[in-house]
Design a protein around this ligand. Sequence first.
Ligand code: ATP
Ligand code: MG
Length: 575
Amino acid sequence: MEINHNNELLPSVNSLTNMDDYEQTYKDFNWEDVERHFTWYETGKCNMAYEAIDQHVEAGRGDKIALIYSDAKREESYTFRQLRDKSNQFGNVLRKQGIGKGDRVFIFMARSPELYICLLGILKIGAVVGPLFEAFMETAVKDRLVDSSAVALITTPQLLGRISKSETPDLKHIIVVGELENPDDSVISYHAEMEVASEELELEWLNRDDGLIIHYTSGSTGKPKGVYHVQNAMIQHYFSGKVVLDLRDDDVYWCTADPGWVTGTSYGIFAPWLHGVTNVIRGGRFSPQDWYSTIAKYKVTVWYSAPTAFRMLMGAGDEVISQYDLSSLRHVLSVGEPLNPEVVRWGYKTYGQRIHDTWWMTETGAQMICNYPGMGIKPGSMGRPLPGIEATIKDDKGNTVPPYTMGNLAIKAPWPSMMNRIWNNPDKYEEYFRVQGWYISGDSAYMDDEGYFWFQGRIDDVINSSGERIGPFEVESKLLEHPAVAEAGVIGKPDAIRGEIIKAFISLREGYVESPELKEDIYRFVKEGLSAHAAPREIEFKEKLPKTRSGKIMRRVLKAWELNLPTGDLSTIED
Ligand code: ATP
Ligand code: MG
């Protein structure tokens, strides 16, 4: 379709320390220069947990705060030295059970300091960690443990009931963090074992293609798949932490994602600690008050969150903001879903910060196309490829298309943090690389003539109405500019004449009630502001939209509702 291109440009936000000139850096770039930062460039032997924690202690930064944890009940901080010692202890706890290199060890628990200690301990002995979001129910947990043949699981008393031991034959060890009412021999007590474990550990040195982590994706499009990453990914975690997150020594960094999702590990653990930065972790659920007070209290400087959170904060009104001092913020970023231009404008108005959108996927392991310090921001664009990353738009035959043409967003393979396999599913893995030399992302986008990429929707979500291809994101973003709209999900609904018509599911902002007039008004708003063929001929108001636990609107569920079809795998849906 003809693209309604938005030409707004906001100048770059931050003073530039890490990347002064995009074009130059891009041109001169060489991944090997990044690798030189690591000691393993010389020795050949690596371990993510060593690079993230131990090396800082060895370099004399052991007393620096590595982790500030807070939730409604706990507030604790840990230095790099404390994390080194505790993760050593936990590595010993695992080794005592005969667990070692290459074994899959899962963590199924709510955020807590222990979660981070366990994760690091798993990595120290060369095992592969599989983090699971605490909200998974029995079947979802079982499917993932069985698929990955996990040998051990770390969980809490509250979640223990969701583990079906009879159906997970490979699972030999369950370690419980917290007091059990009726302790029994079939589980291991974290606290009892930690008490007797040594703080000295012989680290398992690994090769760069040895395992690191297995993430089951959020399932916006179908059954979760085990995306397996190797140690080599740290090159890109480190590099993107530098140029995209713009991390500096005295930063206080807060990534709001749970480690059950890739953002919560690549950027909630690895990138900040590879840079030796103080990392804030907040447990518990989202609330505007708690979130703002977290920024104010710890003087957060770099904040990485998601569109759904920013939209909720926007919906909560600007009055809440005035009660908190957010002046510590220097850099704000977003990931997970398209970031609507309206949200970018709001962020600028309220925080004086342009929210930097970043695009990447579980499969890519790290940020790929981003807005970052040093380049102008175009609200609604996900930015430009990182140095070292080549992106393009391809048609279904694998040919590159000209600027302003919608097609498959593709990345030249490989890159350092590229997934190594889809666990147990080589066919699925091959599918991504069906065009020789390229990774086909499954997202639809176009590129403008300055090399900025514009997300349009997932390939499966693109709507075909009266012969035009319409990306749902563009329509949703327009809808969000309407004062009554808090969130919107747009799908194509089959139509005898037009092929598909646009149907919008909308949740309203506080103070608005649904009415036929409001529907009409919203329809006109999109028709006049965007185009007639993109305007939603049908609108349905919903109190809430179906979302994944990581906050993405599940359009396939909206579509299934609409067509009275089975909704498919719902293990990752919010309650
Ligand atoms: P599944 O693959 O199981 O359906 P998922 O794709 O939601 O799950 P993730 O890997 O967590 O799992 O999400 C990556 C996807 O999220 C991208 O392919 C894209 O569709 C969307 N996404 C992430 N960041 C952005 C962004 N900045 N702009 C637009 N879309 C984004
Ligand atoms: Mg995906």
